[in-house]
Ligand binder design. Structure first.
Ligand SMILES: C[S@@+](CC[C@H](N)C(=O)[O-])C[C@H]1O[C@@H](n2cnc3c(N)ncnc32)[C@H](O)[C@@H]1O
Length: 266
């Protein structure tokens, strides 16, 4: 479309949209990197003939499917079992045996999407530390993902990087996929939670996985979240982040880097 035919867009319909969406479903887009999020939103609506974001309000108010499609676009729920296999190998061979020596593993999958990360961890805890008291909590802002996570069902595509022995130890074969075994469901739980507002109890976790979730957060918001996560770890506990992410000043948070993208609380 030429510039001449581009419909006029009000100065800050983006901010108006953020306020509206927060009121509608609690998601606060102002905390995310604006350029990426705005581009994502505008292209989503442009393909639907909407060029002024405020014009989407009415449909969003009355049509739950429209809200679902929008959430699919902005929350980016991509995940898989054993995502980044090298991190899982390290967890299986070094970190979990070390944590299990304390007799308990309290873990948090922060931004868990549909639960692939939490069930991968549950499988490894079950294999490596069968006698430890284990509880793995998954939280996500998207309640549709939390509902899916509670089912514990995954496709073959979700399992594409999973090592076969461990996969079969944790999951039963279904038609076209895999279902988490009862033993894993017994040690996992899933809740809706907004990482921008959650403040874990000091020292309440042995392990926190927060991977591939902060990439769209504005940097100060991300740093503030990492500080809260570090506060939630007990001394000797671990924080695992995504392999494209960084904790900007780990030392200031009482963390030391033990492996790439893995930090230990002093
Ligand atoms: C790309 S997925 C990552 C899933 C998993 N951690 C992994 O690495 O495979 C990012 C998840 O973060 C969630 N998310 C985004 N903003 C959030 C927030 N403010 N609080 C909680 N979860 C959030 C999204 O809904 C999405 O399911």
């Amino acid at each position: 479309m030429s510039a001449l035919h581009t419909p006029a867009v009000s100065q800050d319909d983006y901010l108006e949209f953020c306020v509206f969406l927060r009121g509608l479903c609690g998601i606060d887009l102002t905390q995310y990197k604006r350029p990426q999020m705005e581009r994502r939103l505008r292209s989503f609506y442009a393909t639907r003939g909407i060029h002024q974001l405020t014009d989407a309000f009415e449909t969003l108010r009355r049509d739950p499917d429209a809200l679902d499609q929008l959430l699919d676009r902005i929350t980016i729920n991509v995940s898989q079992l054993w995502r980044n296999p090298e991190q899982w190998q390290l967890l299986e061979e070094q970190l979990l045996p070390e944590l299990a020596r304390e007799g308990q593993i309290r873990a948090w999958s922060a931004g868990c999407s549909y639960g692939a990360e939490a069930y991968t961890l549950a499988t490894l805890c079950h294999l490596v530390a069968p006698r430890a008291r284990t509880l793995i909590q998954g939280t996500d802002i998207d309640k549709r993902m939390v509902a899916r996570a509670r089912l514990g069902e995954f496709t073959d595509d979700d399992a594409r990087s999973a090592p076969r022995r461990q996969l079969e130890a944790g999951f039963d074969r279904t038609q076209g996929g895999w279902r988490a075994k009862l033993e894993l469901r017994a040690i996992t739980r899933f809740d809706v939670g907004d990482l921008l507002r959650t403040k874990p109890q000091p020292g309440s976790y042995d392990l926190i996985l927060c991977r591939n979730t902060v990439i769209y957060f504005a940097e100060p918001i991300r740093d503030e979240l990492h500080a809260r996560l570090a506060g939630g770890l007990r001394p000797g506990g671990y924080l695992v982040i995504g392999s494209t992410e960084r904790v900007s000043q780990p030392g200031d948070l009482g963390l030391t880097t033990t492996h790439p993208f893995i930090y230990r609380k002093a």
